[in-house]
Design a protein around this ligand. Structure first.
Ligand SMILES: Nc1ncnc2c1ncn2[C@@H]1O[C@H](COP(=O)(O)OP(=O)(O)OP(=O)(O)O)[C@@H](O)[C@H]1O
Ligand SMILES: [Mg+2]
Length: 357
C-alpha cells in the first residue's frame, strides 16, 4: 500500500503549558500537530485544515469548549470531525454530558494519562487516514470511469465511420458491378437475370443494415444536424420499435453546443429510453428539452409502473450509474424519481459553458 498520509490534529487549550504537554505526548505519533490557545483560534485553524481530531479543553475564557464544539458542528467542513473533550476531574460528569450534547465523541480527564491519550488519538488518526485513502481511491475510480466513457465514445465514432465509409463504398461498388453484369445478359438468360436482381436486392438490404449499425454506434444526425434533431430521431426510432408513444417538446436546434455535451445528453437519453422499454410497462413517454443561458435540461417521464428502490446501493445494474457518471463528467447531474401521478421521471441537467461574447 502507498505510504499513509500525515493527518492534522488540533490541540485547543488556553494554558500554554497544557498545549506544550499535549505536543510532547503526541510527538511519537508523527502527525501534524496544530495548536490553538482559544476557541476563536481553533475555529480559524479549522477553516484552513482538514482535521483528523480536535482535542478541546472545556474551560477557556471567552469562548469555552462547548461553544467552540457547537460552532465546529455547525460548519460543513467540521460537521463530522471527531471532538475529544479535555475535562478536569472535579467537573467530570457534568462536562461529559454537556460535551456529548454538543457533539463530542469522547473525553479525556485531566491530568491526562499519556497511554490513554495516545491510544485514543491513534484511533482517530487511523480513521482519518482511511478516509483520505478512500477519497483518493474514489477520485481515481471516477477518473477511470470518465476515461473509459470518452475512450468508448471515440472508438464508437471511429467504428461507425469505418463501417459506414468502407463497407458503404464496397457495397456501392458491388451494386454497380451487378448492374453491369445484368446489362451484359441477353433476354433469353432469364434465370441469370433473376439472379442479378436478387443479388441487387440483397446488396440494398445490406446497405440498410450497415446504415442501421453505424447509426446505432453513433448517429450521423448527432454530428450533422445537432442534438435536438438526434433526440427527435431517436424518439421516433424508439416509438417504431416499441410501440410506446413519444410526445416531444423540443426547442429549435441549439447552435454551438459542445460536442461532448450533446454526446452526453444523447447517450443518457438513449439509456433512459432503454430503461423505459425494458422496465416501465409504459404506453407513453413525454420528452421535454429546455435550454437556458446556463443549463440544458432534459426531462423524460413515462406513465409506467414507476421506479422503486433507486437508492438501493447493492444493485448490480449499471445503467443509472453510467448516466450519473456521464453527467458528472461534464459537471451535470441526473435525478430519478417517480413522476407525479404514475411512472418514472428522469431529469438530466447539464451546464452549458458560455463562449465569451
Ligand atoms: N423507467 C423505469 N420504470 C421502472 N423501473 C425502472 C425504470 N428505469 C429503471 N428502472 C428500475 O431501475 C433499475 C436500475 O436501472 P439500470 O438502468 O441501472 O439497470 P438495468 O436496466 O436493470 O440494467 P443495465 O445495467 O443493463 O442498464 C432497473 O432494474 C429497474 O428496476
Ligand atoms: Mg438500464
Amino acid at each position: 500500500m502507498a505510504q499513509a498520509a500525515t493527518v492534522n490534529i488540533l490541540l485547543v487549550d488556553d494554558e500554554p503549558k497544557n498545549l506544550f504537554a499535549l505536543r510532547e505526548l503526541l510527538g511519537d505519533l508523527k502527525q501534524n500537530l496544530l495548536s490553538a490557545a482559544s476557541g476563536e483560534e481553533a475555529l480559524r485553524l479549522a477553516l484552513k485544515h482538514e482535521l483528523a481530531v480536535v482535542l478541546l479543553d472545556v474551560r477557556m475564557p471567552a469562548m469555552d469548549g462547548f461553544e467552540t464544539a457547537r460552532m465546529l458542528r455547525s460548519r460543513e467542513r467540521t460537521r463530522l470531525t471527531p471532538i475529544v473533550f479535555l475535562t478536569a476531574a472535579a467537573e467530570e460528569m457534568e462536562s461529559v454530558f454537556r460535551g456529548y450534547e454538543v457533539g463530542a465523541v469522547d473525553y479525556l480527564i485531566k491530568p491526562i494519562v499519556p497511554q490513554v491519550l495516545r491510544s485514543k488519538v491513534s484511533v482517530f488518526v487511523e480513521l482519518a487516514r482511511k478516509s483520505v485513502a478512500l477519497a483518493e481511491s474514489e477520485r481515481k475510480l471516477r477518473e477511470l470511469a470518465a476515461h473509459l466513457i470518452s475512450v468508448r465514445e471515440e472508438e464508437r465514432a471511429h467504428i461507425a465511420r469505418e463501417v459506414h465509409d468502407e463497407l458503404g463504398q464496397v457495397l456501392t461498388g458491388l451494386k454497380m458491378d451487378v448492374g453491369w453484369l445484368a446489362k451484359q445478359l441477353r433476354e433469353d438468360q432469364q434465370p441469370l437475370l433473376e439472379k442479378t436482381e436478387s443479388m441487387g436486392r440483397l446488396i440494398d438490404a445490406t446497405v440498410q443494415t450497415v446504415r442501421k449499425i453505424s447509426a446505432g454506434l453513433r448517429p450521423e444526425v448527432l454530428d450533422e444536424m445537432g442534438l435536438v434533431a438526434a433526440i427527435g430521431w431517436q424518439a421516433q426510432e424508439f416509438q417504431k420499435r416499441t410501440g410506446i408513444r413519444c410526445r416531444l417538446n423540443l426547442p429549435p436546434e441549439l447552435a454551438e453546443l459542445e460536442s461532448e455535451l450533446s454526446t452526453t445528453m444523447f447517450r443518457v437519453f438513449q439509456e433512459i429510453l432503454t430503461n423505459v422499454a425494458r422496465h416501465s410497462r409504459a404506453t407513453r413517454v413525454d420528452v421535454d428539452l429546455k435550454n437556458s443561458q446556463r443549463r440544458l435540461v432534459l426531462e423524460v417521464a413515462d406513465n409506467g409502473i414507476g421506479i422503486d428502490g433507486v437508492n438501493d446501493k447493492d444493485r448490480k445494474s449499471l445503467g443509472l450509474l453510467g448516466m450519473q457518471e456521464r453527467a458528472l463528467r461534464v459537471g451535470g447531474e441526473v435525478s430519478i424519481g417517480n413522476a407525479p401521478g404514475r411512472g418514472t421521471r428522469v431529469v438530466v441537467a447539464l451546464p452549458v459553458t458560455q463562449s465569451p461574447a
